[in-house]
Ligand binder design. Sequence first.
Ligand code: EPU
Length: 395
Amino acid sequence: MLISDSKISIFISHSARISEKLFNESKSTWHFFTKFVDELQQPVLPLLSKHLKKMITTTDNYDLTKHNTFAMRVKCGVFMEYTKAEDIPFILSSIRKDVERFHIGAGSDLLFTGDYPGVILHSAIKGMEIISESPQEVIVRVGAGESMDDFVIWAADRGLWGIENLSGIPGEVGASAVQNVGAYGAEACDSIVAVHAFDEVEQEFVTFQKDECMFGYRDSIFKQPDEKGRYIIHAVDYSLSPSGCPNLSYPALKKIFEEKDCTSLSPHDIRKAIIGIRDSKLPDPAEVPSAGSFFKNPIVTPEHFEQICRSEGNTDIPHYTVDNGLKIPAAWMIERCGWKGYSDGNVAVWHLQPLVIVNPEKKASPEEVIKLENKIIESVNARFGITLSPEVEHI
Ligand code: EPU
């Protein structure tokens, strides 16, 4: 079918005015539009930036170095960024169905394994809005494109408790729900009450209550292979407490405050201590590119743990009991295999926390990172009989 530019542009300006509220009633128009796009040769509707440049930016052959904290110098076919939830259906419809797409946050937990030929989407939806407030609980709706740490500061500035232990985690609020980020005794799911998304399959805006999100260790429904990419998160509701108290379950944090009167502490006091602990162990992604913990902490059976204890000469092996077995810190095993501080070409294992692979000179290629990753996996497997899984998503 031949479609003239002017027809498309009229169609787009009409479609772009359809609000989120009206969207569900306009599905048939939408499907018609999607069909138009599929019949074009370009991966993304060409007139998009011309007509919607205030809300959506599209750039071809885009350099992603600044969009991944590992600083991999890779490019994508098209980069699209948007600022409003109601733009999501329009954006998705403007991408040809056979073109690969991937939605990123701050790119702090991923490894681009090479140039990405398809479309990279990024939300620049901002905003932190109190949607309900009582002496016990404040619920805040946060735009998916807000920096998680800016949100932590926002909460601490208002004396609101709940997310201060997540201080300093790089990444954005949308990804905090996908990944269920966690550190120092807290996880995002401890405070998330709802996640708002656009469901690309059903073509509708949906809200997931916390118990529908299937949160687990660095896991959620939004990461499940059969649901992956289906939901585009545009806002997350966090429950904070004006009358909370510090969560000192992480041993190093408890130690800092053991002499202090905990009732006099503020979220900012905890934030300061957490940032201190982070800085003592983890590289600052602005200075030393990395994607944080590269591997997940594995879970083994009690029998396997006993076997490791025997083969390691019954040393005091760090571990935590979890529902389905014993969790052993991958950092301990990697250090035991002699990798801490190791460097090879442009990649290295962080000298203070061996769970982190770094790109100190910003010159590493994805291949170098993957080569080191595989060497670590092989050596841990050979010594402990455990196959480490990467925490960092490979794209
Ligand atoms: N350890 C070593 N050598 C080291 C560092 C640690 O043996 O050099 C052992 C120690 O036994 C230590 C244990 O590992 O007690 C745990 O170390 P740490 O508390 O630093 O935590 P982790 O399990 O290595 C996890 C998260 C981090 C998070 C910290 C703190 C994962 C994959 N990583 O690391 O998350 O900051 O706990 O809560 O769960 C991230 O996801 O990017 C990240 C940095």
